[in-house]
Write a protein that binds this ligand. Structure first.
Ligand code: SF4
Length: 121
């Protein structure tokens, strides 16, 4: 079986084509311009990870929302669990850039942090 991937580990965005056997072992890999491309494909095949970028409502702020993200990617299958935790949060201005909004969310060793500043109006 042939599968196609786009490596997201750097801005090059290499288009990688892999031939897999029945156990998803890589028989042949083309298109990666460095070794990390193969590592990325292995991770996508066996333990895909994603980050979250979303926003949270802020009351009494000069903007109604603050953008947030995780400090690092988490297993893809936990994305909806973490989104549920983020939805429970209510913030009041001010919110500082880099402020930890949820520490060690769901014990995943990742924090939810603000990626913008919202001042009090
Ligand atoms: S394979 Fe290497 S060069 Fe290509 S996108 Fe991935 S990290 Fe960047």
């Amino acid at each position: 079986m042939i599968r196609e991937f786009i490596c997201v580990l750097c801005p090059n965005g290499c288009e990688i084509s892999v031939e897999l056997d029945e156990n998803n072992s890589i028989l042949e890999l083309e298109g990666a311009t460095c070794q990390r491309g193969g590592e990325y494909v292995q991770q996508e095949l066996f333990a895909p990870q994603r980050n979250i970028a979303t926003s949270i409502k802020v009351i009494r702020g000069n903007m109604p929302l603050v953008s947030v993200r995780l400090t690092d990617a988490i297993p893809k299958e936990r994305i909806f669990d973490v989104m549920d935790e983020i939805k429970k949060v209510k913030l009041e201005a001010p919110v500082n850039l880099g402020q930890v909004i949820i520490k060690d969310v769901l014990g995943l060793n990742r924090d939810v942090i603000a990626t913008k500043q919202v001042l009090r109006k």
